[in-house]
Every structure is written in C-alpha cells, then in structure tokens.
Design a protein around this ligand. Structure first.
Ligand SMILES: Nc1ncnc2c1ncn2[C@@H]1O[C@H](COP(=O)(O)OP(=O)(O)OP(=O)(O)O)[C@@H](O)[C@H]1O
Length: 292
C-alpha cells in the first residue's frame, strides 16, 4: 500500500530556549497526494514548527522529543542531511510569509527565479530564460520580460508573492509549504493570491500545507484542517466538517470570532476567557498523562 505523502505521528518537541517548554504535544496528521491541509492556530500554536520540521530547517533551539515525521514513508528526522537538502527545494518547497524579505533586494527577479531552475532542474541558457517567462505567465504576470529584468523594490507586494508562488511550483514539487503567504498583503490582493494558489495547486496536483491563523482562509482554500493550540491538536477533519460541525468549544469560538469570507460582516466575538481556561486544563491533563 502506498504510504500517505506526509505522515506525522505523535510528534513532540520542546523549546530549549524556554527551559524545555513543550512546543508540539503528540501531534499527528496525514496529508495525501494533492491534498490541501490548513494548519491553523494563534501565535505560538506550533504551526511554523511543523512547517520547519517538514522543510528540515528546525532551529537548534527546538528539540524533537518524540514521534515520527514521514515523507513518502521515509522518516525526515533521521534522513541524512545531504538527502534532506536535495529534497528541499525540489520535492518540498516553501512559499514564505513575507515576499519583501524573501527576495534579495540586490538581484534581479530573473537571477533569483533561475537559481532554483538551474540547480534543481539543470536548465541553462535560452531554455532557462524561456522557462522563467513561462513561469511568470502561469502566475498571470503581464510583461514577463520586463518583470524578469526588475529588482524586487520595483514590484508590488502582490507581484512579489506571485513570483514566489511561481518559484515554489517551478520544480514540480510533491509538497508546497505555504507559511501565511497572504498575511503581509492587503485584503484585495490576499483574495487574488489565494485564488492563484488554489489554481496552481489544482493544475499541478500538488499537496499543500497551508499555515494560517485565519479560518476564513481555510474555508476558501483548504480540503482539510488541523487546529492547534499551544502545540496540541484541538480538532482536525475535512474543512466542511470542522467549519459546519465544530466539536470543540475553542473551534466554535474561533468561528464566531471570524472574519468569515462566506459571511462578511458577521462574527468578531472575542474568544471567551472560560474557553482558554478549559484549554489550559486539557493541556495540564495531557502533561499529566505523558508524565512517568
Ligand atoms: N527558534 C526558536 N527556538 C525555541 N523556541 C521557539 C523558536 N521559535 C519558536 N519557538 C517557540 O515554539 C512555540 C511555537 O512557535 P511557532 O513559531 O511554531 O508557532 P506558530 O503557531 O507558528 O506562531 P506564529 O503564528 O507566531 O508564527 C512557541 O512557544 C515559541 O516560543
């Protein structure tokens, strides 16, 4: 039987910097080929830690204390670093949060876009240039020749994010990790970028881990969702199930808190303090269960 594309089993991690504070608590999730899964939670929930673990770029100050992280059945945590490096940027790519800082201000778009194509796909010369043009056309950038000659500061945030999306899909990856790819953009541009991401994902059949704090974004682009709080999975399922029939009080409160793309103007209730008390009690229960 083919293993899922990504399989995370009982993954636990702690922060060395914060005196051993748990960062992930027994997190399990799977991602099938072509599936788009939202990883949702507020700041500090552990979303980026999971994303970084998948890309093999966890900082030394975060230590994995248990569990498995498999990609096509192979454990990424024990994979030799050379293999992991070869896989990163080819089989697993990243769309970063902030298009402003992700691009080098001193190099043209063409120089940056073609780096990956040269290294990962071995393209050279006119074939390289032609592929760069094609990529920009695919993300609906007009005048791609001019854009390739530009420097990042000459382009808008939305244009820069389109370029990073093109770069992430260029090597034909099996998995794209999108780390809050629309947070730094204004609302109208956000919607365009979400539509573009979904179109690219469908066209290429790529699986996506979509990191976001916004359930509205999940409703728009994700097939499934895993909701985290303080490193623990609170609720997971298909997007339709979780949004239409949330089981946990925290999920219900987040949905009420909005913003909801499908119900503009509704919501915006803050999450009640009683729900955070309940979450903290549940976390204390987890810690007690895990203790020797
Ligand atoms: N480099 C690091 N070293 C040690 N601990 C870290 C590091 N980065 C984050 N942490 C801790 O790990 C926990 C989870 O952080 P993480 O960045 O994964 O959350 P997040 O859900 O992605 O939040 P955000 O939306 O703010 O990015 C937090 O308690 C944080 O303090």
């Amino acid at each position: 039987m083919t293993p899922p594309l990504v399989s995370i089993e009982a993954l636990s991690a702690s922060s060395v910097r914060e005196g051993g504070t748990p960062v992930l608590r027994d997190v399990s999730l799977t991602l099938e080929r072509g599936e788009v899964r939202g990883l949702v939670g507020e700041s500090g929930a552990g979303k980026s830690t999971i994303a970084k673990a998948l890309l093999g770029i966890l900082p030394e100050t975060i230590r994995i204390t248990g569990g498995w992280l498999r990609f096509e059945g192979r454990d990424l945590l024990t994979m030799p670093s050379g293999e992991l490096r070869a896989m990163r940027g080819r089989d697993i790519t990243l769309i970063p949060q902030d298009p402003q800082t992700a691009l080098n201000p001193a190099r043209t778009i063409e120089a940056q876009l073609t780096d990956g194509l040269r290294m990962k796909l071995g393209l050279r010369g006119t074939a390289l240039h032609a592929r760069a043009i094609e990529l920009l056309e695919e993300v609906q950038i007009r005048e791609p020749d001019r854009v390739l000659r530009s420097y990042p500061h000459q382009l808008s945030g939305g244009m820069r994010q389109r370029i990073l999306i093109a770069a992430a899909f260029a090597p034909g990856p099996k998995l794209v990790v999108a780390d809050e790819p629309t947070t730094a953009l204004d609302v109208t541009v956000q919607k365009e970028i979400l539509r573009l991401m979904r179109r690219m994902q469908e066209r290429h059949g790529t699986a996506v881990i979509f990191v976001t704090h916004d359930l509205g974004v999940v409703a728009k682009v994700c097939d499934s969702v895993t909701l985290l709080y303080a490193g623990k999975v609170i609720e997971a399922g298909t997007t339709a199930d979780v949004i239409e029939r949330p089981q946990h009080a925290y999920t219900k409160a987040l949905i009420a808190a909005g913003p909801r793309y499908d119900r503009p103007g509704q919501g915006l209730e803050p999450v009640p303090e009683a729900i955070f008390r309940q979450l903290r009690a549940e976390l204390a229960g987890t810690a007690a269960k895990g203790a020797p």
